[in-house]
Design a protein around this ligand. Structure first.
Ligand code: FE2
Length: 391
């Protein structure tokens, strides 16, 4: 996030004495990416951010993954999953690989555990619900259709105002707008489908008193992703001010301006974010192709280098009508298998002027494996839905 923001009380000159009204020194922390060589922010704490008094194992929910073998396209019905109520500890792993993990949770209305993901940025799509995310940078409100982007190691907790359906995309690195939409200095260009005005970060500090505050940390070991429960001496939400280019923010899909064409436009025009070895795209209500002989649904395609995951959020997804796909469905279309519309959907789409679909897509370069949550809600008939029969 290369856009400067300043919130709360920061000293006029960085790395200089910053005192409160009683003369006590604040504690300055640089939170930065890529070893002091990329985006960062300076946070000014009341307490010492390093001060911990306990470290214990936090047993993560089941992270085991099953390879997609024998190879098959998959259909997972997330609305059939029992999850929750904690937005952090009750996530169920749906799909994952070493670069990105997708999990799903339906929250209650109690605040989640305090948490930070030290494996990578989290990009949480809010399928439904509203509330706030409290973070060390301040409060970020969220609502249906938001992506909540939380930089790696941002201490936060979810405080739902209502039960919320969260589709959690956990990266092993950083999530950012696609590079081709950025100027050489990082501004979103005119041809980008959104701009800085659409990104919403914290606007004031969040200060909470407390001692012995537990924070769950997801982090890396040679054995994969693990969890640790750290107990902080003083409350981590003690930042009186911060400034810089690294902070959590939201972006709502209704602010994405779809790029359309005379004939069918390929998925990259729907891209919203990129991560290490994966991309996030969204297919949203839009006018469709205006060539008199246009075929509005996609052609069959074989993404030889990718696995493609669609999450069907709202409306009708025209191309897969008749396949069993519905709201709350996830499809996995793996590399090595061509996919596309239901055959009847091609004829049915001719002459269409609008699609009302909303779907979020994650394309990964490495193959995805099924998490226990994905296996638990799989529709076993999906692979045969194009042929209409199984041998
Ligand atoms: Fe596709």
């Amino acid at each position: 996030m290369a856009y400067y923001r300043s919130v709360g009380d920061v000293p006029r000159t960085r790395h200089t004495q910053h005192r409160d009204a009683e003369g006590r020194l604040r504690f300055e922390e640089l939170m930065g990416e890529e070893g002091f060589s990329s985006d960062s922010s300076l946070l000014h704490h009341r307490g010492v951010p390093s001060a911990i008094v306990a470290s214990e194992v936090w047993a993560l929910p089941d992270q085991a993954r099953t390879p997609n073998h024998p190879l098959a396209p998959r259909h997972l019905r997330l609305h059939e999953l029992e999850t929750g109520p904690d937005a952090v500890t009750d996530r169920r792993l749906v799909l994952g690989n070493a670069d990105v993990r997708i999990s799903y949770v339906v929250t209650g209305t109690d605040p989640s555990a305090h948490y930070r993901d030290a494996v990578g940025d989290e990009c949480v799509f809010v399928e439904a619900g509203s509330g706030v995310v409290e973070t060390v940078f301040g409060v970020v409100p969220y609502r249906t259709g938001d992506y909540v982007v939380l930089p790696r190691a941002t201490t936060h907790r979810w405080v739902p105002a209502e039960p919320s359906r969260l589709y959690c995309i956990e990266a092993s690195g950083h999530v950012a707008p696609p590079r081709r939409y950025l100027s050489r200095y990082g501004q979103l260009l005119e041809h980008a489908p959104y701009c800085e005005r659409d990104l919403h970060g914290p606007s004031e500090p969040l200060l909470v008193e407390g001692r012995d505050v537990e924070v769950l940390v997801k982090h890396r070991t040679s054995a994969g992703v693990v969890g640790t429960r750290l107990v902080h001496d003083t409350h981590p939400f003690d930042v009186v001010g911060w400034d810089g280019c690294l902070y959590p923010y939201t972006f709502n899909i209704e602010d994405f301006m779809p790029i359309t064409g005379k004939v069918h436009q390929p998925p990259p025009v729907h891209q919203v974010f990129e991560g290490p070895r994966f991309v996030v795209c969204n297919f949203l209500p839009r006018k469709v192709d205006y060539h008199p002989l246009a075929v509005p649904v996609p052609y069959y395609h074989s993404n030889v280098d990718s696995d493609e995951v669609m999450f069907y959020v709202a409306g009708d997804y025209e191309a897969r009508k008749g396949s069993g796909i519905g709201l709350g469905s996830v499809s996995l279309h793996p590399g090595g298998h061509a996919h596309g519309p239901q055959p009847a959907a091609i004829e049915a789409s001719l002459g269409a002027e609008r699609f009302e679909e909303s779907a979020v897509m994650v394309d990964t370069f490495a193959p995805l494996e099924l998490g226990e949550g994905g296996t638990a809600c799989e529709d076993p008939a999906y692979a045969w839905s194009w042929a209409g029969r199984r041998r």
